[in-house]
Design a protein around this ligand. Structure first.
Ligand SMILES: N[C@@H](CCC(=O)N[C@@H](CS)C(=O)NCC(=O)O)C(=O)O
Length: 284
């Protein structure tokens, strides 16, 4: 049993002390979801192996009553197995499979392009001692391109991410949380994408009126405002330019049939009128 209700949590921080890394954010939420306090061991990207006494080169890592647990998913599973009487993170095995699918999709549609947009800020917000390591490791990650070259043209890339998030908007327009009435680990994995982005976004990636804002704001507010720490930047406020794509569906959504339940003709009338041209004829 975690002593004094605390779990030792190896954080990954910027100079400001703000947590970065989606993996680390998801774990922070997982520990709070289980009702534990965080006994934080702060630090940056370099020296992780020393900080974790030779246990890991990557974060997150936790220590619970002296036991080391590494890897964000293994930590969530450990917490559920060890503390089954506390609120469940994963529960059914399908939650893990589906959350991993959702997360892979979000990394492709959002984190990937956002990383190219915010890569210079990712370095400048890091601890001074990490700058050289971030430059070298991330340039290698991006096929030996200079960080400055990776970031070029970001004003054109940022608006293109938003229409890609329509599936998530559709689902969260119908459900309070991915976990249903209350958040579960799927919410934390998906929220972690936006938490990471807020840790590096020197210009907002999303428009003020993005329908995802409700779920994101509620997620950042959880556990006494766990996502509202110093060093985070606003996610909302992107100003679109002429020619940028519509950021989200304003009329009937392409995914309506996926996310809306058919409870009879009244529930599908707007969509039917739209695809049969009846709506246009009525307007004319
Ligand atoms: N599969 C691991 C991945 C952990 C991981 O890659 N963490 C990154 C944080 S973004 C890290 O520690 N990076 C250290 C580095 O870049 O040297 C997990 O889910 O915990």
């Amino acid at each position: 049993m975690a002593k004094d209700n605390k779990i030792t949590f190896y954080d990954l921080n910027h100079e400001s002390g703000c947590t970065t890394s989606p993996f680390v954010w998801a774990t922070k939420y997982a520990i709070k979801h289980k009702g534990f306090d965080l006994d934080v061991v702060p630090g940056g990207f370099t020296g992780i192996l020393d900080r974790t006494q030779g246990h890991s080169e990557r974060l997150p890592a936790i220590q619970d009553d002296g036991e080391w647990i590494l890897d964000s998913w293994l930590i969530a599973e450990y917490l559920d197995e060890t503390y089954p009487d506390r609120p469940t993170l994963i529960g059914d095995p399908s939650v893990k499979v589906l959350a991993q699918f959702l997360e892979t999709w979000l990394w492709k549609t959002a984190i990937g392009p956002w990383m190219t947009c915010y890569i210079l800020e990712y370095r400048s917000r890091a601890m001074e001692k990490d700058h050289q390591y971030i430059t070298e490791s991330r340039e290698r990650m991006f096929g030996n391109q200079k960080l400055e070259d990776i970031a070029k043209g970001r004003e054109d890339r940022l608006p293109k991410v938003l229409p890609e998030l329509e599936l998530l908007r559709g689902i969260l327009g119908q459900h309070k949380w991915l976990g249903g009435d209350t958040p579960n680990y799927a919410d934390y994995r998906a929220l972690a994408v936006f938490l990471w982005c807020a840790s590096v976004a020197d210009i907002p990636p999303m428009t003020e009126d993005d329908p995802l804002r409700d779920w994101i704001d509620r997620g950042f507010d959880l556990y006494g405002g766990l996502g509202r720490i110093a060093g985070m930047s606003p996610l909302f406020g992107l100003k679109l330019r002429e020619g940028d794509p519509e950021p989200f569906a304003k009329g009937p959504s392409l995914v309506a049939g996926l996310v809306k339940r058919n409870t009879g003709p009244a529930s599908t009338r707007a969509e039917t009128d739209h695809i049969t041209g009846k709506a246009e004829k009525a307007e004319a």
